[in-house]
Design a protein. Structure first.
Length: 506
């Protein structure tokens, strides 16, 4: 009986030894951590295989396990995106041969919802069976968003807007753990202008007792066409380590609801710039509060148009209409756009130099700019009342500012002179100034020519004195401090110092 048992045991051992190479040679297993997940979650796929390893004394210290082949995991694309891959090895002896058992771990992110298939994978002479995975839309109903490792929340300040009206989009990314890397996409749309509202904010927030780090970004979106505004989904991919130091993959994807974009309302004035804003104001500075002006007086008029919810480029140019009794010299308009967490705030400033040139009554016309109040959904006007002035004095002679020469800001005012037709004093002094200037120029020219004549005479005499003295040689000196100096060099004249002489070889 004992002999029969020993014979059976030995036979079983021999069978295992003989079949072991075939077992490890043809085994390739594929195991997903789950067969059903929600869009935005990450699937962990574990693949196990084995192969014969040739390790001897020659390559014992130079053998590199990382150079071993791996399964054709790229076959899972494009159904899945490969986020990361890892591998482990263990070596054991099977039937006097070195066999390496290899475990590959892949992090896969589904690219769409529905039923996805992990195809047959191959490694060496072994292959695996296909695996089916079901990807569901949305979030798990029994797993609220705050319990997840990371998630995105999107919000907009309005459900519908007018064309070219500001829409504020807020993106908040929640994640736990120590974020190693991450990429958060930005909103895009071919028929919308999108402006970032400053730098992102980072803070902490608790959800259901869990502490999350939050990254918040805000954008101002201006749709350019009426209809439905459907933004592309906002996605996030990253890696983080939890409190135990384990590496986790973070992934989420959310899309904002479709926003209805309304056209310009029919009651808006035709032919006027369309200005949908939360508020627009028009102010004026620089003009006297009294109704009296003097001819020739320089006035700096500053008009300022401010808007909430519009870029400065959308603001129209301010009118520059003035009566004939007043000359207008406008500067280049100044535009500025400021980004705030609540949206854009823009300013258009127009500075003009006004000069009354004719006595009598003058009226600066009223300014009226239509705009659409997006808060009350009504038509409103930003306006300034007309200004009536009585201009005293005679007729002013105005010299407009030269365009090529620009004085510092605030000093660009035209030169003026007031003419009194009763006395004619301005004309008398003007003519007198011209005559005196001409006489002064003639005197200066005469003095300059006389000085040049005396200098030439003195130079000729000095050269004659040097010629009479054979030990002196005249030399013209360089300018020094604006003074021309002449001096003589004492010494004998050599051949090279005499005009026309040639220096020979000694």
């Amino acid at each position: 009986m004992v002999k029969r048992l020993l014979t059976s045991a030995v036979g079983l051992w021999l069978l295992l030894v003989m079949t072991a190479p075939a077992a490890w040679a043809n085994a390739l297993t594929v195991e997903p951590d789950r067969t059903q997940l929600y869009e935005g979650e990450v699937l962990t796929l574990t693949v196990k295989g084995a192969m014969k390893i040739d390790i001897n004394l020659t390559n014992l210290f130079s053998f590199d396990l990382s150079q071993l082949p791996s399964p054709n995991i790229e076959e899972v694309e494009p159904e899945f995106e490969i986020l990361a891959r890892n591998q482990r090895y263990s070596v054991q002896t099977v039937n006097n041969e070195m066999v390496g058992e290899i475990t590959w771990t892949y992090q896969l992110a589904p690219t769409r919802s529905g039923t996805l298939t992990i195809p047959e994978l191959t490694f060496q002479d072994s292959s695996s069976s296909p695996v089916t995975v079901e990807v569901l839309d949305g979030s798990p109903p029994n797993q609220p968003a705050p319990s997840r490792d990371s998630f995105i929340e999107l919000s907009a300040d309005k459900a519908e807007v007018y064309v070219q009206e500001q829409l504020i989009l807020t993106i908040q990314l929640y994640f736990s753990g120590n974020l190693i890397r991450g990429e958060l996409s930005e909103p895009e749309h071919p028929e919308a202008i999108i402006e970032s509202l400053g730098k992102q904010r980072e803070f902490a927030r608790y959800r259901n007792g869990t502490r999350y780090r939050v990254v918040e970004r805000r954008y101002a979106i201006f749709p350019q066409q009426p209809g439905e505004l459907s933004l592309a989904p906002i996605s996030f991919e990253g890696q983080a380590r939890d409190a135990s130091g384990q590496l986790r993959f973070l992934r989420d994807r959310q899309q904002l609801f479709d926003v209805q974009v309304k056209p310009v309302p029919d009651q808006y004035p035709a032919g006027q710039p369309w200005l949908p804003a939360a508020g627009i104001t028009l102010s004026e500075e620089g003009l006297p509060s009294t109704g009296e002006l003097s001819a020739g007086t320089n006035l700096n008029r500053k008009l300022t148009l401010q808007a909430l919810g519009l870029p400065s480029e959308a603001l129209p140019a301010l009118p520059q209409t003035v009566p004939d009794a007043i000359r207008n010299y406008p500067e280049q308009p100044l535009r500025n756009t400021e980004t705030t967490p609540d949206g854009l705030r823009s300013t258009l400033q127009q500075i003009s130099a006004l000069v009354p040139v004719q006595a009598g009554d003058a009226v600066l016309p009223a300014i009226r700019i239509p705009w659409w109040n997006t808060e009350t959904d009504e038509l409103e006007y930003a306006e300034l009342p007309e200004r009536r002035y009585q201009i005293d004095g005679g007729r002013a002679i105005v010299t407009p500012p030269i365009e090529d020469v620009r004085p510092p800001a605030g000093d660009q005012t035209p030169a003026t002179a007031v003419e009194n037709p009763a006395t004619g004093e301005s004309s008398f002094w003007f003519v007198s100034t011209i005559v005196m200037t001409g006489l002064w120029l003639m005197t200066a020219a005469f003095w300059w020519f006389s000085g040049r004549q005396r200098e030439r005479t003195a130079s000729d005499g000095e050269y004659g004195r040097c010629q009479r003295n054979p030990g002196l040689h005249p030399t013209q000196g360089r300018h020094s401090g604006g003074l021309r100096t002449k001096f003589c060099i004492i010494g004998e004249l050599g051949p090279a110092q005499v005009p026309g002489a040639t220096v020979g070889d000694s």
